[in-house]
Design a protein around this ligand. Structure first.
Ligand SMILES: Cc1cc2nc3c(=O)[nH]c(=O)nc-3n(C[C@H](O)[C@H](O)[C@H](O)COP(=O)(O)OP(=O)(O)OC[C@H]3O[C@@H](n4cnc5c(N)ncnc54)[C@H](O)[C@@H]3O)c2cc1C
Length: 531
C-alpha cells in the first residue's frame, strides 16, 4: 500500500502523540506510526509524577521553570488524567539542613509556590510520614496517568484527521539528494509492508532515537539511563513524597490510583529493550521508602519495572543524574545533511506539550505554515469539563448500590476486583476499539493493574473475548502464556513474604488447574484440525 502525508511522526509515546496533535491542530496532514501499543516505551514505564519543578530547582533551573509552567497548563488541559495530589519535600535526620534554605530560595526564583509545614500539619496531610521528619515543604506536584495522557492526545489528534498506525514499525527511510522523500513501514499484525511518501519525518522514538536516526544516515548521541521502580499493593501516601536533598536513588514516592510507586534509580545501559531490575536496586528502594514512610516496610510490593531515559549525551557528565533533563530538538538537515528529518529527545512527561510545541514550530516554519500553537489553551478530548480526577469518585461510582438494584440484578459484574473494573467498562472498550488486545483494554480500564497484577482477572478477560468470538481457544492460550511470562518478569524481583505466597496461589491456578504449560500445543492442534 502507498500512503502520502505532509509529516510522518515516528513513535507513539507521549511526545509523538503530543507532536501529532499539535501538527493537525495547525492544519498539517499527519501520520503517526508506533511499533507497539501507544505508551509502550518510557511513557508507560515512568513514575507518573507531574513535576512541580522542585526536583530540579537547584541543579537545573531551566527544567524547573519548564516543569512548573507545564504543570499549571496540564492541570487545565488534561484534567481528566491528573490527580491533583500536591507534593511534600521532606528532610530527615542526617540530611543537610542548609539544602532546605537553598531549595526555598530557588523555588521562589523559579515561580514554584511553597509552604513550610509544621510536623503536625504534615502528619494531618500524610499520616504515614515519618515522625522524624525535620523540614517539610508543600509544593504543587501531582500524579498523572501516562497511559490516559498519551491516549487522549492520540484520540484528539485522530478526531482532527491524524492517521495513527499502531503495531507499525518504521524500517527504512528514503533520502534523495540530501532530502527525506519517504519511509518504509512494517505492519506487525498483518505482516505487510507499506510505503509512505513524505518530505518530513519527526523522530520521537525516545531511547530508540539513535537507531531510527541511523536509518537516515543521521546521528542522535544518547546516553541511555535505566530507572527502576517498585509498586506497593496499596496507597501508602496521598501526596507525592520527595526527599528534601540533592536528587538521588529511591527518593520519590508517587501515589498512583490505589497503589504507591517508589523510584527511581539511574544506571547507564546500552540496550533499550533488554534490562532487568536488580536485587540491589530493590533493596535500596525498600530501605529509602521505609525511612520516609515507615509503614511501607510492612506493605507488599507487587511488581518491579524499569524504563529507559534517553538523555542527550554530554561529554562532561559522570552519570545520568548529571545530564540535564531538559529536551533537545535536532534538525538533521543542519546537523547531518538530511533535510526534512528531525529528532526530539529527552525531556519529561510533564514537559511533553512544550516539547511538541517547539518541535512543530520548527517544522511549521520550514513548511511556511503560520498558524500558532494552541495546545496550551485547548483542552484535550475528554478533559473539556475541567474536572480533576479523583480516585474516590471512581470507586464510589462503582461501589454505590441504590436500594433495590441488587434484587433487580442491576449490580454491575466486576471483572477486576483489585481495580474495581466492571464487565460493562471492558465491553465498552472492546466494542469502541474493536480490539482483542489485552494491553488496549488494560491501559483504558486498569484491568489487571492492581495488587494481583492480573492473576485473577486476565483469564476472565480472555473468557469474555472468547465468548464474543474475538479470540479462538488456541490464541487465548498463547496470549495467556505470553502474559504470564511478562508478568513473571515484573514479579520475580519482589518475591518475598505475602507476595511469594500469593504467587504460589496464582501458579497453582495457572499450572495446576489450567495446566497452561501443557494445554497450549494441544489447543492449537485441536483448533487447527477443526478447520
Ligand atoms: C524510569 C523513568 C521514570 C520517569 N518518571 C517520570 C515522571 O515521574 N515524570 C515525568 O514527567 N517524566 C518522567 N520520566 C520521563 C518520561 O517518561 C519521558 O520523558 C517520556 O515518557 C518520553 O516519552 P517519549 O514519547 O519521548 O518516548 P517513549 O515513551 O519511549 O516513546 C517512544 C516510542 O517510539 C516507539 N518506537 C521506537 N522505535 C520505533 C520504530 N522503529 N517505529 C515505530 N515506533 C518506534 C517505541 O515503541 C515507543 O513507544 C521518566 C522516565 C523514566 C525512564
Amino acid at each position: 500500500m502507498e500512503l502520502k502525508t505532509e509529516v510522518l511522526v515516528i513513535g507513539g509515546g507521549v511526545t509523538g502523540a503530543g507532536v501529532a496533535r499539535d501538527l493537525v491542530m495547525r492544519g498539517i496532514d499527519t501520520i503517526l506510526v508506533e511499533k507497539g501499543d501507544l505508551a509502550a516505551g518510557a511513557t508507560g514505564r515512568c513514575h507518573g509524577l507531574l513535576h512541580s519543578g522542585g526536583r530540579y530547582v537547584i541543579k537545573d533551573q531551566e527544567s524547573a521553570v519548564e516543569c512548573i509552567k507545564e504543570n499549571v497548563i496540564l492541570k487545565r488541559i488534561a484534567s481528566r488524567t491528573i490527580e491533583d495530589t500536591g507534593g511534600l519535600f521532606v528532610s530527615l535526620p542526617g540530611d543537610d539542613e542548609s539544602y532546605a534554605d537553598r531549595f526555598l530560595a530557588a523555588c521562589d526564583a523559579a515561580g514554584i509556590q511553597t509552604q513550610v509545614l509544621s510536623l503536625s500539619q504534615a502528619l494531618r496531610l500524610e499520616p504515614n510520614l515519618s515522625r522524624e521528619a525535620k523540614t517539610v515543604v508543600k509544593v504543587p506536584d501531582g500524579a498523572v496517568d501516562p497511559f490516559a495522557l498519551t491516549i487522549d492526545n492520540a484520540r484528539d489528534a485522530a478526531r482532527r484527521g491524524c492517521r495513527i498506525l499502531r503495531h507499525t514499525k518504521l524500517v527504512g527511510i528514503d533520502v534523495e539528494k540530501g532530502r527525506v522523500t519517504g519511509a518504509e513501514v512494517h505492519d506487525r499484525v498483518t505482516d505487510e509492508r507499506h510505503h509512505i511518501r513524505t518530505k518530513r519525518i519527526i523522530n520521537a522514538t525516545g531511547a530508540w532515537a539513535g537507531h531510527v536516526a541511523g536509518l537516515a544516515g543521521a546521528n542522535v548521541p544518547l546516553t541511555l539511563s535505566k530507572g527502576s521502580l517498585l509498586i506497593f499493593n496499596r496507597r501508602i501516601n496521598n501526596t507525592v513524597i520527595n526527599r528534601l536533598r540533592p536528587p538521588g536513588d529511591g527518593d520519590i514516592i508517587v501515589p498512583n490510583e490505589p497503589t504507591s510507586i517508589i523510584g527511581t534509580t539511574s544506571i547507564t545501559v546500552s540496550d533499550p529493550e533488554n534490562f532487568t531490575v536488580t536485587k540491589k536496586e530493590v533493596d535500596l528502594m525498600m530501605k529509602e521508602a521505609g525511612l520516609v514512610l515507615p509503614p511501607s516496610a510492612e506493605a507488599r510490593v507487587i511488581r518491579a519495572y524499569a524504563g529507559i531515559r534517553p538523555l542527550v549525551a554530554a561529554q562532561d557528565a559522570d552519570s545520568g543524574r548529571d545530564i540535564s533533563r531538559s529536551f533537545s530538538i535536532l534538525d538533521h538537515g543542519k546537523q547531518d545533511g538530511v533535510r526534512g528529518f528531525y529528532s526530539i529527545v529527552g525531556g519529561k512527561l510533564t514537559t511533553y506539550r512544550l516539547m511538541a510545541e517547539k518541535m512543530v514550530d520548527v517544522v511549521a516554519e520550514e513548511m511556511g505554515v503560520h498558524i500558532p500553537c494552541s495546545t496550551a489553551s485547548e483542552p484535550l478530548f475528554g478533559s473539556e469539563d475541567g474536572e480533576h480526577y479523583r480516585l474516590e469518585d471512581r470507586f464510589t461510582s462503582i461501589e454505590t448500590v441504590e436500594e433495590g438494584e441488587e434484587q433487580e440484578g442491576k449490580v454491575e459484574e466486576i471483572v477486576c476486583e483489585c481495580e474495581l473494573v466492571t464487565k460493562d467498562e471492558v465491553l465498552k472498550v472492546i466494542n469502541e476499539m474493536k480490539t482483542s488486545n489485552l494491553n488496549d483494554i488494560r491501559q483504558r480500564t486498569r484491568v489487571g493493574m492492581g495488587s494481583c497484577q492480573g492473576g485473577f482477572c486476565t483469564y476472565r478477560l480472555l473468557g469474555i473475548l472468547h465468548e464474543l468470538d474475538m479470540v479462538p481457544q488456541y490464541e487465548a492460550n498463547e496470549i495467556l502464556t505470553s502474559f504470564m511470562e511478562e508478568r513473571w518478569r515484573g514479579i520475580r524481583p519482589v518475591l518475598w513474604g505475602d507476595q511469594l505466597r500469593e504467587e504460589q496461589l496464582v501458579e497453582g491456578i495457572y499450572l495446576g488447574i489450567f495446566a497452561l504449560d501443557k494445554i497450549q500445543p494441544l489447543g492449537k492442534k485441536a483448533s487447527k484440525s477443526k478447520k
